[in-house]
Design a protein around this ligand. Structure first.
Ligand code: HEM
Length: 504
């Protein structure tokens, strides 16, 4: 008993001394201690996780911190994210596995590995594929299904957030895998998708402690909730492989799922082709291949859904913007919705202005893009950030900063059009898709999906808040959805949309 008491005393004093010395070091001697910030934040990363857990609104908490502690970053954007930056993906990206050969390209922290693998993705997202009638008709087909559902529910309030989500997940099923999730047809989410969304909230908090998430992920059954989604993606990859043939027979495959003349018709097939061809851009292992396939859905769906829901919210909130857009759509297509074609919408730059303004005010990935400085450190104006330090520029804060944008909190799409030069918009920082080598590979596909959805909806309908709906929940963004990959606090706002035939 006495021995036990001694051991307890020894362990307790050891732990107290250890924790005290770590705390004293972090508070007073750490190389970052001159940087202002909350006391608790200097002591432990659990504080960041705590902030992230508050309403899952890390971007809002960050805003408060900046208001309290100020900021020093003035020229940081190109230095941290620009094409010639020496900053790399931070420890945040190691939250699944630190071994880059086992994880998706998007989480790879090895610069050369990422650069090699990114080439296969760039091929899958080339403008040629997006524009040359490969992905475009499929996005349009999904938009038609969305319209059919709205027609069937005419006069009833519609949950704009859910329908945006069903639309974009279906696009990623089709363009990503050549498979239909069937969300829009069924009017509800495929079970595999629900599992993903259920787990996003937890990941958003826990990814602030990458080491913890890493450990938890190794526990048996930890990813049980994801299993339906994992299985769906794995089954799709495997069925694509089964139908491949020479020159793929060396991989034990029998029949060809794409020919070299035609090329793959979906994103995952491009990555699989690189894998089977042993191309330098291929995922380096089976687990990496499968993780890549999952990222297609995770990175592509929720982000675009948030962007669409937010844009619809702004159109409902600003009827004069909707009317202006409708007038332009009507003069480009005087025969009404039957004459809608994507080509006819292309000259209407106001569609893009609306989307950019929505992405400026509410970037779906509002707190992601953690980078680590090179071992030399980084000089930003008069401030030196030491080497191997995690840095981050929050897009929403910068994009709504009065120093760069006139009437910065207001929704004014004209700042991207006729006011562009006068208001200096082209010189203002804007990076909803991030920038540089790690910038969003799916940007063109996302823009295509948004343009198609916004133009078809606006041409057909007057969009108003449903009775009793103010859209305030959207402003405070109480409801959020977060994706695994990007610490994505995707500001999906729940509001009910009221649609009726456009009166213009
Ligand atoms: C409006 C919609 C979208 C937004 C706002 C968005 C935003 C972003 C941002 C900010 C990043 C950088 C994240 C980081 O630094 O960690 C990123 C990366 C990425 N996005 Fe998107 N994204 C969108 C749509 C898509 C789509 C449709 C896809 C298609 C699969 C996609 C796939 C990816 C991938 C794979 C990466 C990782 C790129 C890399 O590490 O090289 N995104 N996206």
């Amino acid at each position: 008993m006495q021995a036990l008491g001694r051991v307890t005393l020894l362990t307790t004093s050891f732990n107290i001394s250890l924790i005290s010395s770590i705390s004293i070091y972090r508070l007073f001697f750490h190389r970052l201690h001159p940087f202002p910030g909350p006391f608790a934040c200097k002591l432990t990363r659990f504080y960041s996780a705590f902030l992230a857990a508050k309403n899952i609104q890390y971007n809002v908490e960050l805003k408060k911190l900046h208001e309290q502690y100020g900021n020093f970053v003035r020229t940081a954007l190109p230095l941290i994210y620009g094409p010639h930056t020496e900053c790399r993906k931070s420890t945040w990206y190691g939250h699944l596995d630190v071994d880059h050969t086992k994880i998706c390209m998007a989480l790879s922290r090895d610069f050369n590995d990422h650069r090699r693998r990114r080439r296969a993705w760039d091929r899958a997202f080339s403008i040629k594929l997006i524009a040359l009638s490969v992905y475009e008709p499929r996005v349009i087909a999904q938009a038609k299904k969305l319209i059919a559902q709205i027609e069937a529910n005419q006069g009833k309030p519609l949950d704009a957030t859910t329908w945006s989500m069903l639309f974009t997940f279906d696009i990623m099923g089709d363009v990503g895998f050549g498979k239909d999730f069937g969300n829009l047809t069924m009017g509800k989410a495929h079970p595999a998708i629900n599992a993903v969304r259920d787990h996003m909230r937890f990941i958003a908090i826990a990814s602030h402690l990458p080491w913890l998430l890493n450990m938890l992920g190794k526990l048996p059954g930890a990813a049980a909730g994801y299993q339906g989604f994992f299985k769906w993606c794995t089954d799709q990859v495997e069925s694509k492989r089964k139908v491949s043939s020479p020159p793929y027979s060396s991989a034990g495959l029998t029949q060809q799922s794409w020919d070299h003349e035609k090329y793959p018709q979906d994103i995952v097939s491009w990555i699989l082709k690189a894998f089977i061809d042993n191309d330098v851009s291929a995922p380096p292992s089976e687990p990496a291949l499968h993780d890549d396939s999952r990222v297609v859905v995770i990175a592509g769906s929720d982000t675009t859904a948030s962007a669409l829901a937010n844009t619809i919210y702004f159109l409902a909130k600003h009827p004069q913007v909707l009317r202006k857009l409708q007038t332009q759509l009507d003069s480009a297509m005087p025969n009404g919705p039957q004459s809608w074609t994507y080509d006819r919408t292309k000259p209407i730059s106001y569609i893009d202005d609306i989307i950019h303004e929505s992405l400026r005010l509410r970037p779906p990935v509002s707190s992601s893009g953690y980078r680590v400085t090179s071992s030399k450190g980084l000089q930003i104006d008069e401030v030196f950030i030491p080497g191997d330090v995690n840095v981050f520029v929050p897009p929403q804060l910068i994009q709504t900063d009065e120093r760069y944008y006139k009437f910065s909190k207001q929704f004014i799409p004209e700042r991207w059009g006729e006011k562009k030069v006068e208001w200096g918009t082209d010189k203002a920082p804007y990076f909803p898709f991030s920038l540089g080598v790690y910038g969003c590979v799916g940007k063109n596909l996302a823009m295509l999906s948004l343009r198609v959805a916004v133009s078809t909806l606006a041409q057909r309908y007057d969009i108003r808040f449903a009775p009793g709906e103010t859209g305030e929940a959207c402003v405070s963004a109480e409801e959020v959805v977060v994706t695994r990959l990007f610490l994505n606090i995707s500001q999906v706002c729940y509001f009910w949309m009221w649609t009726c035939e456009s009166s213009s």
